[in-house]
Ligand binder design. Structure first.
Ligand code: ADP
Length: 760
């Protein structure tokens, strides 16, 4: 029983346990129902919650999707923002550049000196630059929107201008005048062109105007200057033509002077030659003392006149720059001695002493101009003789220096004469200057001698000095250089005597006038030379081809071929160096230059001085030969006649009656046809022929001794015919010439008859 009590107790415990379990189970059941309910509730809640969760999840998803979209959008927007920022920046840069560009173009426009204006289609100003403001004097804002044409002096023209630009698209160099508000005017030239929008629609006209006031002023100044220049040119031309006229007048004057001098020399020398020549001839005849004395006086006066004429001619040559100096070998000692001999009679007459102090060291032959030296010393010694009444005259020639090529020689002429006051020493070398006003009256002279001496010394590189004391005397001295030479001075031109032993010279005389031909022939015969005549240059050249001659005497004016042409032909074509001496009637410088230019060696003036001719021929030919007999001089004077004077012919023909007759016949032959030709050419008004005919007549006047007045008339006719001026004077002159020639013919006819009778 412990076990059953124990089992019962167990059972009762178990039953109790069972009941308890049952209650626990009921309770558990109850709890479980509650819990079940609770769970249901929870499930419902959970379901709801789940639904909510699903909804929320959906929402969430939706939101997530939205977020993705938002994010994409955000990214997009960010990108867009970035883009916008870049664009903005670019825009900013662009607008800055634009601003700069606009400032730049504005400043360009403003910097322009040209007036710049934009004009709308309605003609209103839309913009202007500063230049426009300046020129109009009106502010920009006042200009803008006003009528463009308002600001010009001619508004209508201004309007027309911009209208043309609108119509044609442009207008260029359109002249207008702008009016400043204060009235000042500015001339401008407009260039205008239209400007368009992108679509080509015309927006307006852009006009640029250039201020041409300065240009216009310059243009005006230029025109004024041109006008002034033109008038200055006119003035200059007038002055030039005046100067040319003055030069021509001066040249004419010089020519006239030269012509006058050459005429003078011709006029005076011809009669003087006759006077001196025939005085010499008469002096050789039997004369009583008185006659001799008078004739000597005539001869001395004649010599003095010739010296004077030569002096005047020399001065004229110096004036014309024509003084030339030769370089020929000559013997100085002989030259000085010969010269001093000339003074012996005068020195003896005045009871003076003439002393020659010659330095023997001086080489015998020197090269220089003996003629000029002669002239210098002659002048000085003749002054010394003239101005000295007692005492001596010393001519000193001293060797001052010598080298291998040249010597310097000092010449001095000292006298014990009246002397010269100190204050006059500087003047006596001037033209026509004498130491005292009474000199001319007391001693004669012209005051030319020393002037010529100076002109002869200085161009040769020397200088002349004078030392003088009143009442004690004077010493004139000068030095000159001379070249030394090995050559011997065979010929001394001026002091050569006619009876020098020279012959066998063959001379060709080219001369058309028979009278002159004969004259030359007689002269050359006298020299003992062979002579042939050619009547013109052409014949001369033919003769030269056939025969040899030593020298030619060539007349200049000849028919067919004149002297210049003939010489040119001989030198150039024939290549001959034969010496040619020109025979010239007028020693005009022009002729002489021409002579030289064509190759002539020398010239000699007509009427020919026989000594000069002789010395020139001999000088050029240089052909000495054994002695030749001098022909006798026939002292025969023809009796005095009226219109004519046969002295010259007598001298030339040595009064040989046959020659005289021949010459007179020739004159009688040639003159009447010349008179006829002269008259006819006057009737025909053929001035060239008149000139040529009269030219042919002129030499015969001096040959037959017709008064020089007629020769001058003839020259006047030539001059008038040449210049065709003073024509009304010609007929009278021609009539006078005709008369005198006819009279000369009749007188010569009588003369011819007389000679014929006398030789029968
Ligand atoms: P001219 O002798 O013809 O008058 P010159 O020219 O030879 O002319 O001389 C000019 C002047 O110089 C002379 O008039 C004279 O007064 C003066 N005279 C020249 N030589 C001498 C001299 N030897 N003695 C004095 N006076 C002289």
């Amino acid at each position: 029983m412990d076990e059953l009590v124990k089992v019962r107790k167990q059972l009762a415990l178990e039953k109790k346990e069972k009941s308890k379990l049952k209650s626990d189970l009921a309770l558990a059941r109850k709890n479980l129902a509650v819990q079940k309910k609770e769970i249901g509730k929870r499930v419902a809640e959970l379901r709801l919650a789940n639904k909510e969760i699903v909804f929320e999840a959906l929402e969430k998803e939706k939101r997530a999707a939205e977020l993705v979209i938002a994010d994409i959008e955000l990214t997009f927007q960010n990108k867009e923002k970035d883009k916008r920022e870049i664009a903005n920046k670019e825009l900013e840069v662009l607008s800055h550049s634009l601003k700069l560009a606009s400032q730049y173009s504005r400043s360009l426009l403003e910097a322009s000196l040209d007036l710049l204006v934009t004009i709308s289609a309605s003609g209103k100003i839309t913009d202007v630059n500063k230049a426009t403001i300046k020129v109009t004097g009106i502010a920009r804002e006042k200009l803008i929107d006003t009528n463009f044409s308002n600001y010009f002096t001619e508004p209508a023209k201004a309007e027309e201008g911009y209208r043309q630009a609108f119509d044609k698209g442009f207008v260029s160099n359109y002249p207008l005048t702008i009016k400043h508000k204060n009235g000042k005017l500015t001339d401008v030239l407009y260039n205008a062109s239209v400007y368009n929008d992108d679509n080509g629609n015309v927006l307006g006209v852009f006009a640029a105007a250039r201020d041409i006031t300065t240009q216009k002023r310059i243009e005006k100044e230029l025109i004024d200057a041109k006008v002034s220049a033109e008038s200055a040119t006119d003035l200059a031309e007038e002055a030039k033509s005046k100067a040319e006229k003055a030069t021509r007048t001066a040249e004419d004057a010089v020519r006239a002077k030269q012509q006058f001098l050459s005429n003078m020399s011709h006029e005076i020398r011809t009669p003087m030659n006759a006077i001196i020549g025939f005085t010499k001839v008469v002096l050789r005849t039997n004369l009583n003392a008185k006659q001799k004395e008078y004739l000597t006086a005539i001869k001395i006066s004649g010599d003095a006149l010739i010296v004077l004429i030569n002096d005047i001619l020399d001065l004229a040559k110096v004036d014309a720059g024509k003084m030339t100096f030769e370089q020929t070998p000559f013997k100085l000692a002989a030259s000085i001695s010969a010269m001093l001999h000339l003074f012996e009679p005068k020195v003896d007459e005045k009871n003076l002493q003439l002393i020659k102090a010659y330095d023997e060291r001086i080489p015998e032959v020197l090269v220089g101009d003996p003629v000029r030296l002669h002239q210098i010393i002659l002048n000085l010694v003749s002054n010394a003789v003239k101005f000295t009444s007692k005492g001596k005259i010393t001519v000193r020639v001293t060797l001052q220096a010598e080298d291998a090529e040249k010597v310097t020689i000092e010449f001095s002429v000292a006298d014990t004469g009246i002397g010269i006051a100190e204050n006059k020493l500087g003047k006596i070398f001037g033209n026509f200057q004498q130491a005292t006003s009474g000199t001319g009256r007391l001693y004669g002279g012209t005051g030319l001698g020393l002037a010529i001496v100076k002109q002869l010394v200085e161009p040769q590189g020397g200088s002349i000095h004078v030392q003088s004391k009143l009442d004690e005397g004077s010493t004139f001295s000068f030095s000159l250089d001379f070249l030394k030479t090995q050559a011997s001075a065979e010929v001394d031109h001026e002091i050569l005597d006619l009876d020098n032993d020279i012959k066998d010279i063959k001379v060709l005389v080219v001369e058309d006038m028979p009278l002159n031909q004969l004259l030359m022939k007689t002269l050359l015969d006298d020299f003992g030379f062979e002579c042939e005549i050619a009547a013109n240059g052409k014949i001369a050249t033919e003769k030269l081809n056939e025969k040899t001659y030593d020298i030619i005497l060539m007349d200049l004016q000849m028919p067919q071929m004149n002297g210049f042409e003939a010489t040119e032909h001989i030198r150039k074509k024939m290549k001959s160096e034969i010496p040619i001496i020109a025979l010239t009637a007028d020693v005009t410088t022009v002729d002489l230059e021409k002579c030289k230019a064509v190759g002539m060696n020398d010239y000699i003036a007509k009427p020919v001085d026989e000594r000069l001719l002789y010395s020139k021929i001999v000088g050029l030919v240089k052909k000495p030969a054994p002695s030749v007999e001098q022909k006798e001089v026939i002292d025969h004077l023809t009796k005095e006649i009226k219109c004519i004077n046969l002295q010259y012919l007598n001298q030339r023909t040595k009064s040989n009656p046959v020659l005289m007759m021949e010459m007179i016949s020739l004159y009688l032959e040639q003159t009447p046809p010349l008179i006829r030709a002269m008259k006819q050419s006057l009737i025909d008004k053929d001035w060239m022929t008149l000139h040529a005919t009269v030219h042919k007549m002129i030499p015969s006047f001096s040959i037959v001794g017709i008064n020089v007045d007629f020769e001058n008339m003839a020259k006047q006719v030539q001059e008038y015919a040449n210049s065709q001026l003073n024509m009304e004077g010609i007929p009278l002159l021609v009539a006078q010439l005709e008369n005198v020639c006819l009279q000369a013919c009749s007188e010569l006819q009588g003369e011819l008859d007389n000679i014929k009778k006398s030789i029968k």
